[in-house]
Design a protein around this ligand. Structure first.
Ligand code: DX5
Ligand code: ZN
Length: 216
């Protein structure tokens, strides 16, 4: 599978968002990862649909919207209207049957569907919804903030998932060139990465190092 890199905009300088998006776009980013936090599901508040709407005007790259919010159903339509290409919900925030309903709606609107799970959430929790999703976003930190340390115990979860799932597997949290190889070899094909990419002086080099990490 082709390895794709999703720079996480939360680590960007928000005073010049357009420049930051162009910086990763020209450096080879495959999509933009957007962390939406509500201060309830996670202890932080970040981006709403209005920001996504303006990001949509700046780039043609797919917008990969990661909803870390307690009531995702309330806001899905707003994020779709804002121009999201992928909408990922957390299994900790929605039942399988409610998720199915939303996934089918998104499918009709030609928006890709993702499900995410926290490091402590067992793989079994997402089993029933795997048939409904294009993407599984495996959290490798406890969601809430950029710049946290990667939790290596999620690697067996990625391997297990890849043994039964042919869609996209994205890993999010603490991803850098030191862990990327292990993630790709375990079966991940998308790496979401914030501080490693936006903190790099050579962003192109950082993205290339992540993309090629599985080759060694
Ligand atoms: C964590 C977010 C991540 C985060 C990644 O709650 O979902 O997307 O911004 O940032 P780094 O790569 O710095 O951990
Ligand atoms: Zn994220």
């Amino acid at each position: 599978m082709k390895i794709k890199i999703a720079p996480s905009i939360l680590s960007a300088d928000f005073s010049c968002l357009e420049r930051e998006i162009k910086r990763v776009e020209s450096a080879g980013a495959d999509m933009i990862h957007i962390d939406v936090m509500d201060g309830h599901f996670v202890p932080n508040i970040t981006i709403g649909p209005v920001v996504v709407k303006y990001m949509r005007r700046i780039t043609k790259l797919p917008l990969d919207v990661h909803l870390m919010i307690k009531m995702p159903e309330k806001f899905i339509d707003d994020f779709v209207a804002a121009g999201s290409d992928i909408i990922t919900m957390h299994i900790e925030t929605i039942s399988a049957s409610r998720f199915e309903f939303q996934a089918r709606r998104l499918e009709r609107k030609k928006v890709k569907v993702g499900i995410s799970l926290n490091p402590a959430t067992p793989f079994n929790k997402i089993k029933d919804v795997l048939d409904l999703v294009d993407l599984v976003l495996v959290m490798s930190v406890n969601p809430g903030f950029s710049g946290q340390k990667f939790i290596p115990s999620v690697i067996p979860k990625i391997k297990k998932l890849r043994s039964i799932f042919t869609g996209d597997i994205s890993v999010d949290g603490g991803v850098n060139d030191k862990v990327a190889g292990r993630l790709i070899n375990a079966g991940a094909n998308i790496l979401a990465s914030g501080s490693y990419i936006f903190g790099a002086r050579d962003v192109k080099g950082a993205i290339e190092r992540l993309k090629n990490a599985g080759k060694q």
